[in-house]
Write a protein that binds this ligand. Structure first.
Ligand code: UDP
Length: 332
């Protein structure tokens, strides 16, 4: 298939592009490079531009005979979405609606969308199944939920086929070590702990040690970014039109296993051979104690399941990238 990948220079998008190419698809990347990295796209065609540029997007869709879109381009800092919601509403909602309208105008009917477990809010049951109520507790999660609803409406009205992939905690780096995670600023646990191992930070602050979990720290479902990429490939290949396949897929992308903050830090010590200095800090606002996917829907609907389920293995792959790229892509 000819696939337009928005945000294909970002962390998850760039890994998905590699998996798409390996599966024989042809890819054009659209990225404004605000957070993405040119080097993450390798030799794939990269068009630098904005999602909301309707003429640009329609031109790309028609000139490249695009058959499906994978839409990763979004802002994804939960804390920033609270302090600067306008940025999130504008890009994640207005920008995405412009993309949807361009697709409808150009008769491109298949879309795989990066959604998030943050759409569930504080879960009332864990592991979380896909039919769990969606009640996000921050603007970031809300912007993703709005697009899930918009896609359902566009499906009914305009015949869009879509998959909403609800990511848990994307982590790790490509098996061949060529690309990895480089957020500036970095807020995620694994790269921050690895920065301590590299001597770039003095310590890691543990956000709360009094949660109702076995070691008192938060539990998350860390999903390897290559597995995430494969889930996208499975979803795009599964989506049909009303005659030949599902036109609506809402799927958790996680391992079904949880690791606590303490367990992640221990995995980082194992991978790096360094002792990580830890400081106990207060809870971070809006952090549920435990977020773990019920992964059975993905297996049933996509025929996909995570291959990397061991936190030590996931962290080791992240370290292969961080240890060799201490400054990330070094492009800013
Ligand atoms: N965390 C932490 N210290 C940090 C960053 C994160 O203790 O400096 C915790 C955070 O509270 C959460 C887990 O690590 O329980 C994963 O956080 P991250 O920001 O990586 O992902 P999130 O779960 O927020 O999407």
């Amino acid at each position: 298939m000819n696939i337009l990948v928005t945000g294909g220079a970002g962390y998850v998008g760039s890994h998905a592009v590699k998996r798409l190419l390996a599966a024989g698809h042809s890819v054009v990347v659209l990225d404004n490079l605000v957070y993405g990295h040119r080097a993450a796209t390798g030799s794939t065609r990269l068009v630098e531009g904005d999602l909301a540029d309707r003429a640009l997007v329609e031109g790309l869709l028609t000139e490249n005979a695009i058959e499906a879109v994978m839409h990763f381009a979004a802002y994804a800092y939960v804390g920033e979405s609270v302090t600067d919601p306008a940025k999130y509403y504008q890009n994640n909602i207005v920008g995405t609606l412009s993309l949807l309208d361009a697709m409808v105008a150009c008769d491109v009917k298949k879309l795989v969308f990066s959604s998030t477990c943050a759409t569930y809010g504080v879960p009332n049951t864990v592991p979380i199944p896909e039919d769990h109520p969606q009640a996000p507790i921050n603007p970031y999660g809300f912007t993703k939920l709005v697009i899930e609803r918009a896609m359902a409406d566009y499906r009914r009205a305009y015949g869009l086929s879509y998959a909403a992939l609800r990511y848990f905690n994307a982590s790790g780096a490509a098996a061949d070590g060529s690309i990895g995670e480089d957020h500036k600023p970095e807020t995620h646990l694994i790269p921050l702990v690895l920065d301590v191992a590299l001597g770039k930070r003095e310590h890691i602050t543990i956000f709360g040690e009094d949660y109702p979990t076995p070691d008192g720290t938060c539990i998350r479902d860390y999903i390897h970014v290559d597995d995430l990429g494969d889930a996208h490939v499975a979803a795009i290949q599964k989506l049909g039109n009303s005659a030949d396949g599902p036109t609506e897929l809402r799927v958790n992308v996680g391992t079904g296993q949880g690791a606590s903050v303490r367990q992640v830090i221990a995995a980082c010590e194992l991978a790096t051979g360094k002792t990580i200095a830890c400081v106990a800090g207060p809870r971070r606002e809006g952090d549920p104690a435990k977020l773990v996917a019920d992964p059975r829907g993905a297996e049933r609907l996509l025929g996909w399941r995570a291959r990397h389920t061991d936190i030590n293995e996931i962290v080791a792959s992240a370290w292969r990238w961080h240890g060799t790229h201490p400054d990330g892509y070094a492009d800013r």
